[in-house]
Design a binder for this molecule. Structure first.
Ligand code: S3P
Ligand code: PEP
Length: 441
């Protein structure tokens, strides 16, 4: 890309002169929407999802499930949000050859191949150029171990690949390397009840990435009647059985609430997020603890609204396993007055981009002092200045840049449209929030 192209496509991040003071309706959770969609495809009757996420990742999941024969109709719910009615797929019908576009969605590229293995046909998976860099080997190995035919068309362990589904899976005991992504384990858990004998999934020795997301999968399955026990702390035994049809309303995406809460931190302002759940499996609920430790005042009001007021000076933090919260958290840390360390996130190198390298490079280009660790980032306070911020097709790089831009004039974000992965209206929501500051009376 020439420098002219870069300038033409950059978005000038708003840099308000007043602390923000606003309420943001955050779109639904990607992780919950895509799990419930897939489970509806396997359920024992029609299901309904209200307040479904309407974004690129959920569109890709809907497209993949339709390609596998799932009926999905969408309509507008009473409050303007998306409502989905899902009729389960028929595992017996021969789908022939089907192309499945994963875009850059980890939940599609990891969760759908085991589902395709349960169906009948040849299912060719591919995605964006960046998707071809994201690790897939543990999914392919697990399916091969379950006697599913896989043809890898490019480099081993990466997309593109074709899954040859035979219409059923016997199931059994398999060991999965989950150090690169929790999605490898979640993918197998999601289909395990529909195998003939059920499955025991054992995490291979080593780290388990983003374990909270596996817990979300287990809780969602149990809620729909699937029996899961834990023979050991590193294994999950799923009994064969049905997945109950359901009607569910999706929670707001608490990870995506992060940048808006970070706006309160960056400007010493106040941000309110309605419908914050009182209990949830979302990793984003950790914002309450994280931001409190960094100096915020947080109130969870009786009507469900979470209100965050940022401090005059942000404290640094030492935080393990921030998972998908890490890019936003790193941006807040870059505005803190003390040093921070984010660890236990080596697998972020296999996310939409190598997030550890990308965050260090882009923050340092703005004058930051960020050191890449093997498994994280060390962020030391430094005066920041404006400049072009590359986002590498990564929605969370784009929102991290917007957070920095609130406090640092002249931050130009390349490809803000990448936020459509999970939040298509991010630029408009952000601009409104940035303009919401009230002058002291
Ligand atoms: O299962 C899920 O919905 C997700 C799991 C996590 O993936 P990793 O385990 O690869 O971090 C998370 O980062 C991703 O955004 C969503
Ligand atoms: C890692 C992420 O996405 P994906 O679901 O594509 O893995 C993310 O959203 O931060």
């Amino acid at each position: 890309m020439s420098s002219k192209d870069t300038l033409d496509t950059t978005w000038e991040a708003p840099c308000p002169t007043l602390p923000v003071d606003g309420t943001v309706i955050v779109p639904a959770s990607k992780s919950l929407t895509n799990r419930y969609l897939l489970l509806a495809a396997l359920a024992d009757g029609p299901s309904r999802i209200s307040n479904a996420l309407d974004s690129r990742d959920s569109d890709l999941m809907i497209g993949a499930l339709r390609a596998l024969g799932t009926g999905i109709e969408s309509s507008q719910g009473p409050d303007g949000t998306m409502e989905l009615r899902i009729t389960p797929m028929d595992l017996d019908s021969d789908m022939g050859h089907v192309d499945i576009d994963c875009g850059l969605a980890g939940t599609v590229m990891r969760f759908v191949p085991p589902l395709a293995a349960l169906a009948r046909g040849s299912f060719a998976f591919d995605g964006d150029p960046h998707a071809r860099l994201r690790p897939m080997a543990p999914v392919f190995t697990a399916l091969s171990d379950l006697s599913v035919g896989i043809t890898e068309h490019g480099e081993a362990g990466l997309l593109p690949a074709t899954v040859h589904g035979g219409g059923s899976l016997a199931g059994g005991k398999i060991t999965v390397d989950a150090s690169g992504s929790s999605q490898f384990i979640s993918a197998l858990l999601l289909v395990a009840a529909r195998t003939e004998n059920g499955m025991e999934i054992i995490a291979a020795d080593g780290r388990i990435a983003s374990p909270d997301h596996i817990e979300m999968t287990v809780d969602t399955l149990r809620e729909l009647g699937v029996e899961i026990t834990r023979p050991t702390a590193r294994s999950w035994k799923v009994e064969p059985g049905t997945i109950s049809a359901f009607e569910r309303t999706m929670e707001p995406d608490l990870s995506n609430a992060g940048p808006f809460l970070a706006a309160a931190m960056a400007t010493a302002g106040t941000v309110r997020i309605p419908h914050w759940p009182t209990s949830t499996t979302q990793v984003g609920d950790q914002w309450r603890e994280i931001l409190t430790r960094m100096g915020a005042i947080i109130t969870h009001h009786d009507d469900g609204t979470l209100e965050v007021t940022g401090p005059q000076e942000i404290s640094g933090i030492d935080y393990p396993e921030a998972s998908e919260l890490a890019p936003t958290l790193a941006a807040i840390c870059a505005l803190a007055t003390g040093p921070s360390r984010l660890t236990g996130i080596s697998h972020l190198r296999g996310h939409e981009t190598d997030r550890l390298a990308a965050l260090a490079k882009e923050f340092n280009n703005l004058g930051g002092n960020v050191t890449e660790l093997d498994d994280g980032l060390e962020i030391t306070p430094a005066p920041l200045h404006g400049g072009v911020f590359e986002t590498y097709a990564d929605h969370r790089m784009a929102t991290a840049a917007a957070v920095i831009g609130l406090a640092v004039p002249g931050v130009q974000v390349v490809d803000i449209a990448t936020t459509a992965k999970t939040m298509p209206h991010f630029p408009a929501l952000w601009t409104t929030l940035a303009a919401s500051g009230k002058a002291a009376s």
